[in-house]
Design a protein around this ligand. Structure first.
Ligand code: KMH
Ligand code: ZN
Length: 274
C-alpha cells in the first residue's frame, strides 16, 4: 500500500462560529489551524476562505492572503483550493482561486442535493473548470457525491480535459446525496479505474468510520471541520489537528506510514513545484 495521505478540510464554506466556536475564519486563525494540522500529519490542506465579514468568498485576493499567512506560519502542506465555493455561487466566482495557479484544486463532478440547497455542477461547468485547470497546470481532485459523478469525471478524462494520475474524493453523507455506508464506499472504489487514487470524506461521525476503512483498504482520508465538527458524540473537536492526529494514530496501529507533502505530490501526480 502507498503511504496514507491525510487531507485536512479545516474550514468549509457553510460552517459558522455559531455551530462551532473553534472554526478558523481570519487568515491568522486559518494559518494556525493549517500549521497544526500539518504538524499532526496532514499533507494536504483543502482550503476555503472568508472575507473581512467572515463570509465565504472565492476572491483570489482573500485566497492569496490566507495562503501567504499559511506559508508564514511554517505550514508546508500542499494547498488544495476549492472551486466548489459555497452553494449558489456562479461558475465565474468559483473559478477565482484558479487565477493564483495553485498546484491542486477540487473539481466537483456532478449536481447534487445539498441539505436544503442544490449544488449545481452542470456538464458545461465541469468542462470549463477542467479546461482552465488544464491550461494553468493545476491538478484536479474529482469531488464525488454520487456514483454518476464518477462517470462524469471519466467523461472529462475521455475528452482529454484531465490527464495523468486520477484522484477521486468520495464525499459520503451529505444530506440528500449518497449515504455514508461501508457498502457505498466499496461500490465507489470499484467504479473508478484500478490505478486511480481515492480518498474518503465521511460527513459527521462517519468521518471516523469511513476514514478508518480507508486506512485499512489502502485509500486516503479527509478529516476536518468542513465535514465534521465533533471529536466524539456531543464533544466538539477543539482543533482540526485533533482529528488529523486520531487518524494518524489509527494508521500507525494499522502499520500504514503517513505521506509527507512531497510524497503526496508524487503519489497524486501533482505538477513539479517551480
Ligand atoms: N461548499 C460545498 C457546496 C469543494 O470544496 O469543492 C462544496 C464544497 C466542495 O465544499
Ligand atoms: Zn470544500
Amino acid at each position: 500500500m502507498d503511504k496514507l495521505i491525510v487531507t485536512a478540510a479545516i474550514q468549509g464554506a457553510e460552517l459558522t462560529k455559531e455551530k462551532t466556536p473553534h472554526l478558523p475564519v481570519t487568515p491568522e486563525e486559518v494559518a494556525q489551524e493549517a500549521f497544526q494540522a500539518w504538524r499532526a500529519g496532514a499533507s494536504i490542506i483543502h482550503l476555503h476562505v472568508r472575507d473581512d465579514q467572515g463570509q465565504p468568498t472565492q476572491d483570489p485576493k482573500y485566497y492569496k492572503l490566507n495562503m501567504e499567512a499559511i506559508e508564514r506560519a511554517g505550514c508546508r502542506a500542499v494547498i488544495q483550493v476549492s472551486t466548489g465555493g459555497a452553494v449558489g455561487m456562479s461558475l465565474e466566482t468559483r473559478m477565482g482561486p484558479l487565477r493564483l495557479r495553485p498546484e491542486y484544486s477540487s473539481l466537483n463532478t456532478g449536481t447534487v442535493n445539498f441539505g436544503e440547497d442544490v449544488f449545481i455542477n452542470s456538464k458545461q461547468m465541469m468542462e470549463s473548470l477542467a479546461a482552465v485547470m488544464q491550461e494553468s497546470g493545476i491538478k484536479p481532485e474529482f469531488e464525488v457525491y454520487e456514483e454518476g459523478h464518477v462517470h462524469s469525471a471519466l467523461a472529462l478524462v475521455k475528452k482529454g480535459l484531465v490527464t495523468g494520475r486520477l484522484n477521486f474524493n468520495f464525499v459520503l453523507g451529505v444530506p440528500g446525496a449518497m449515504s455514508p455506508s461501508p457498502g457505498n464506499l466499496m461500490h465507489l472504489c470499484q467504479a473508478i479505474p484500478p490505478e486511480a487514487n481515492w480518498t474518503v470524506s465521511g460527513i459527521g461521525r462517519h468521518q471516523l468510520i469511513l476514514g478508518g476503512m480507508a486506512v485499512f483498504m489502502g485509500g486516503n482520508v479527509r478529516v476536518g471541520f468542513e465535514d465534521n465538527i465533533y471529536y466524539s458524540r456531543g464533544v466538539l473537536a477543539k482543533t482540526n489537528a485533533e482529528l488529523v492526529a486520531r487518524m494518524v494514530r489509527i494508521a500507525k496501529e494499522a502499520g500504514r506510514e503517513i505521506a509527507s507533502p512531497e510524497e503526496a505530490r508524487s503519489i497524486l501526480g501533482l505538477p513539479p513545484r517551480s
